[in-house]
Structures are given as C-alpha cells and as structure tokens.
Design a protein around this ligand. Sequence first.
Ligand code: PRP
Length: 171
Amino acid sequence: MNFKDYIRVIPDFPQPGIRFKDITTLLKDGAAYRAAIDALKELVKDKQIDLIAGPEARGFVIGAPLALALGVGFVPIRKSGKLPGNTVEANYDLEYGKDKLAIHSDSISPGQKVLIADDLLATGGTIATSIKLIEQLGGEVIGATFLIELGYLAGRDKLQGIDVSSLITYE
Ligand code: PRP
C-alpha cells in the first residue's frame, strides 16, 4: 500500500509556509489505518518492547493501536496540566511554537524498554523531550517509530543513538 496516497497535504496551515501533513484522511479509511499499524508493527517486530509511549494527541492514534497490536501497554505523554497524578515535566520547542510535556512519574519502572510512537517526526523536539522524560524515570528508549518523517527538518539528527524508523518520508 502506498501510504502517502492517504495523507492530505494542506498548504499554509497552521501558518504561512507550513505544508501540513494531515493524517485524518488515512485514519478514516479503516483498511489503510489497519495496514499502517500492521506495517509499523513489522518495522519494530524484532525489538523487545515492554511499553509504547506516545505524545499527545496524534501520538495516541498511532501509539495506542500499535501497543494493542504488539500486546504491550501504552503510556501517554501529555501537554502540561492534563495528567491527574504526579508528573515529571520538561519544556520544548516545536516546529512552530513552544510547549511543555508531562508524563506520570509512576508510568514507567526503571529498566523497562520503551518504544516511542508518533504520527510525525518534524524537528525532533517532541521526541527528544519525550526521551528525556522517559529516561528521567529510568526507562530505556529502545527506538522511535513514526508514520511520517519530514527528512528536510533533520529531526533524526536530534535523536542520536536512537533507532529511528518511519513508514513515509517527505524529502
Ligand atoms: C505534532 C506531531 C508530533 C510533533 C512533531 O504534534 O504530532 O508530535 O508535532 O514535531 P517536532 O518533531 O518538531 O517536535 P503537536 O505538538 O502539533 O500536537 P498534536 O498532535 O496535539 O496536534
């Protein structure tokens, strides 16, 4: 399946000059959504994974079904102020803007092997910060997998030492 055919590119959203990769056109197609999750599962099948962690919000729609497919648990990484329990938090820069991410302090036990899943790798800021939070809890990040990678933003360079995989790349 050519997954790129299911992604809609919207120019000048959310601001001029950004060509937004809209995954809702893939998500609404049940066969394409399932095939994408199956293909991501195939990319990581040789890894020993205890947990999947995914950043809000689009990381949930990729990470949670991938966790179910792999038979492991899912840990949400959320924007600050959303998680009810004790959290660790970190500031980060986005492709357009700034934000703060949080994870429940008891969501990962020391030594657990964590795969990060998200819809999109852009500048890598979200994932670099997610790695920081997971490692702060003693988790070991054993890879990061994405539906889409924007090669021209070189997010991979921010994730040195992490095994990065993606289904679709825009150069
Ligand atoms: C988007 C996307 C990734 C992140 C990628 O999420 O889903 O998580 O940006 O950008 P980066 O590699 O430059 O950090 P966003 O923060 O827009 O949140 P959303 O999923 O709630 O829309």
